[in-house]
Design a protein around this ligand. Structure first.
Ligand SMILES: *[C@@H]1O[C@H](CO)[C@@H](O)[C@H](O)[C@H]1NC(C)=O
Ligand SMILES: *[C@@H]1O[C@H](CO)[C@@H](O)[C@H](O)[C@H]1NC(C)=O
Ligand SMILES: *[C@@H]1O[C@H](CO)[C@@H](O)[C@H](O)[C@H]1NC(C)=O
Length: 187
């Protein structure tokens, strides 16, 4: 071998290893997701009866979690659906005002703030996940729930539905796919 090709092989070996070591696995922290779930659960009452009339307009695709995309393994897909649900919710909170006055949500403001902080942290810290596919699966849901939130008379029900559905995703995955999350605590 010529010296230059030896150097090339050496460079490839060295850099491939560095890549393996530094490449983030992008698993979601189980503890952070669990806290996020608890805050969302505790920030208000269960889904209000008067909001049930919107159930036919806001159908979270439950099958998104059971029908694993052929392109991904179970844990990868679970992370993608959880991440995309949080990212979609994050977008809704940034782009829409919460209803005020008579229609104001009876949510605990402190818990909501804490929830939004954790949601933002999870979204910001996991941009290494490629969400193209999961985003396609959830897009019709987010478009419908956004439409309900944008109507003044149904806004608070839209937010309640969003909270119910994100809570369900977190609860279901923490229980059924517990080992897909990273349970190692940061030091
Ligand atoms: C969105 O709304 C349409 C019209 O109400 C409904 O037919 C469809 O099932 C809804 N889809 C989702 C995912 O909520
Ligand atoms: C993300 O995934 C989509 C579809 O699975 C693919 O077309 C795209 O190239 C991927 N993007 C990156 C940056 O890997
Ligand atoms: C799990 O989380 C710990 C603490 O934040 C981190 O050091 C570790 O790299 C993570 N492991 C995986 C597989 O993501």
């Amino acid at each position: 071998m010529k010296p230059s090709s030896v150097l090339l092989v050496f460079l490839q070996l060295c850099c491939f290893q560095t890549m393996l070591v530094s490449r983030p696995t992008c698993k979601l922290s189980g503890w952070v997701v669990q806290n996020t779930h608890n805050l969302l659960r505790d920030l208000g009452e269960p889904f209000p009866v008067q909001c049930r009339q919107y159930n036919s307009k806001i159908l979270f695709p439950d099958s998104a979690l059971s029908d694993v995309s052929a392109n991904h393994r179970q844990c990868r897909w679970t992370s993608l659906v959880v991440y995309e649900s949080l990212r979609g919710a994050e977008l809704m909170f940034t782009e829409n005002e919460l209803p005020e006055g008579e229609d104001e949500l009876t949510w605990n403001k402190q818990k909501l703030d804490n929830y939004l902080n954790l949601q933002n942290r999870l979204v910001e810290d996991h941009q290494c996940l490629n969400t193209t596919e999961a985003s396609g699966v959830l897009a019709p849901y987010f478009s419908n729930v956004t439409a309900v939130v944008e109507q003044q008379d149904s806004a608070s029900c839209g937010w309640e539905a969003l909270r119910r559905d994100v809570l369900w995703v977190l609860k279901f995955t923490l229980r059924k796919h517990h080992s897909c999350f990273n349970w190692t605590k940061a030091h």
